[in-house]
Write a protein that binds this ligand. Sequence first.
Ligand code: TLP
Length: 346
Amino acid sequence: MSTAIIDLRSDTVTQPSEQMRRAMASAEVGDDVYGEDPTINRLESRAAEIFGRQAAIFVPSGTMGNQIAIKLHTRPGQEILCEERGHIANWEMAMLAWFSGCMVRPIAAPQGILSWDLIAPKLAPPIYYVAPTGLIELENTHNMAGGTVTPENTMHDICARAHERKIPVHLDGARIFNAAAFLNRPVAELTKGFDSVMFCLSKGLGAPVGSLLVGGKEFIAEARSVRKALGGGMRQAGVLAAAGLIALEEGPKRLHEDHANVRLLAEGVAAIKGITIDLPTVQTNVVICDVSATGKTSAEIATALKAAGVLIGTVNPQLVRFVTHLNVTTAQCKQAVEKLAAICRA
Ligand code: TLP
């Protein structure tokens, strides 16, 4: 049995491949603040092309991509509607309040999947003494709901109805390629109704760093100013974009392997006494399970697993998260299940 650490904390932990390292070493670069990095320019135009959009901008992180979009779509004093477990509401340092002066109106959605029926009652009425709804935000796949996929029609319906009311819609598509793999649909089709889309190269696609924000030409031109204001002018970052280009072209092709591994892991873990998983919601490369009936907290389980060479994430005292990616094998997922079963039996 291998003694290598099995890291299931996140798909952000992937190591750049040999091909990426070679491309990074030989990347043609220039100063991107002057728009002169040819590798970044190539990455941005490929991203725009793949998403069927006018333009794209390379940003250091998904968080920065989301926050630039929020800044551009809203004005201070507005509300942003999103699912209550959404990344922008919980894991982005309240930056939408800090930087854009907005507040979240969270919506609880079963399996993290918003619909117009859930959104409509939360829209601000058009009364001068009520904070207006400035933005609707969706997350697909939904990370903290366990990598669940919002169906294509649901997204199109939300976008169309929001636009009838002149409300913009942003997609946190950090893992939109996982949704595309699950639905077997092109990302351009899935995301065509959104005013802007952020997606990450540094998660399942395997790049060491970077995300893109895609949208209209003017929107992305303004995004360049906001990125600069946030300190995101990265100069000769073509070395990162070189890895990003490989992630963008090659990464999506193998995501079904991560999905198969998570399914195997989820089925194995669901058979352990005291652990609950809603198996039909396991659709992509994330699984979240409730460990409370084991008599142990999530932190106790994570600590015991760490001692056995398996790293996992904790969501709260009851919930743990496993994420598969290109640096974990099927055999390692099986080992992780066995080690967890032994800990829960003890
Ligand atoms: N998610 C990370 C943690 O921050 C939770 C992870 O390990 O899953 N949107 C979504 C849906 C995300 O899951 C993440 C990262 C981001 C945005 C932010 O991306 P980064 O980390 O590049 O700022």
